[in-house]
Design a protein around this ligand. Structure first.
Ligand SMILES: Cc1cc2nc3c(=O)[nH]c(=O)nc-3n(C[C@H](O)[C@H](O)[C@H](O)COP(=O)(O)OP(=O)(O)OC[C@H]3O[C@@H](n4cnc5c(N)ncnc54)[C@H](O)[C@@H]3O)c2cc1C
Ligand SMILES: *[C@@H]1O[C@H](CO)[C@@H](O)[C@H](O)[C@H]1NC(C)=O
Length: 176
């Protein structure tokens, strides 16, 4: 029986995890709660309404690592891209990576993973129940493994207590 792997998130890590599973003869299903791939590189004007409250690049982000150092090892950035690039070019690169390795057909967009739990027979099968929600439609599926690619910047960290007087500010300027 071919092993089924659930991959949570279709950002930089989720995309390459799909590819890795395929190379190992595993059957990946990737769940992404937003409507596109790219994770935090997908710029959204309003984080509250479209960013699911997660950290996203702001408008002026330019990469801070050279393109030779930050590309996937088997998929260099195009020759004509600058060494340090705007976030829109990173998105373009991720889309071409997904297209080149034919990864899109394994991705379920607008699908949130709600829970991952060990099955009753976990000690013998090692299997997981994965509950998803696709625009109100709940589904449960059984997987042999789960890869959590939800990003280490998933929840914005706002150390507001470090800024005395912050609570007296009525409007917080946004970095857009
Ligand atoms: C401002 C900023 C600038 C950065 N600049 C650079 C840089 O120049 N170079 C560099 O190499 N790195 C940079 N990084 C680091 C960045 O974290 C990585 O480049 C990369 O985006 C991490 O990818 P990821 O797939 O791990 O996570 P993410 O991109 O965060 O993707 C996680 C995905 O999981 C999805 N998800 C989360 N929970 C669920 C759920 N329950 N169900 C379904 N889907 C879910 C999210 O919607 C998202 O699409 C930067 C980070 C920030 C914040
Ligand atoms: C690049 O920026 C990210 C996000 O701000 C940060 O986590 C990382 O340490 C930075 N890397 C370098 C080499 O400065």
């Amino acid at each position: 029986m071919v092993k089924r792997v659930a991959i949570i998130g279709a950002g930089v890590s989720g995309l390459t995890s799909i590819k890795g599973c395929l190379e190992e003869g595993l059957e990946p299903s990737c769940f992404e709660r937003s409507d596109d791939i790219g994770g935090l590189w997908k710029f959204t004007v309003s984080v509250e309404t479209t960013g699911h409250g997660m950290t996203k690049v702001y408008k002026s982000v330019v990469t801070n690592i050279t393109k030779e150092m930050s590309c996937y090892s088997d998929f260099p950035f195009p020759e004509n891209f600058p060494n340090y690039m705007k976030h829109t070019l990173v998105m373009e690169y991720l889309h071409s990576y997904a297209k080149h390795f034919d990864l899109l057909k394994y991705i379920h967009l607008k699908t949130t993973v709600c829970s991952v739990t060990k099955r009753q027979d976990f000690t013998t099968t090692g299997q997981w129940d994965v509950v998803t929600d696709m625009e109100g439609k709940r589904d449960t599926a059984v997987f042999d493994a789960v890869m959590i690619c939800t990003g280490h910047y998933l929840n914005p960290h706002l150390p507001l207590e470090s800024f005395p007087g912050e609570s007296t500010i009525t409007e917080i300027p946004r970095l857009l």
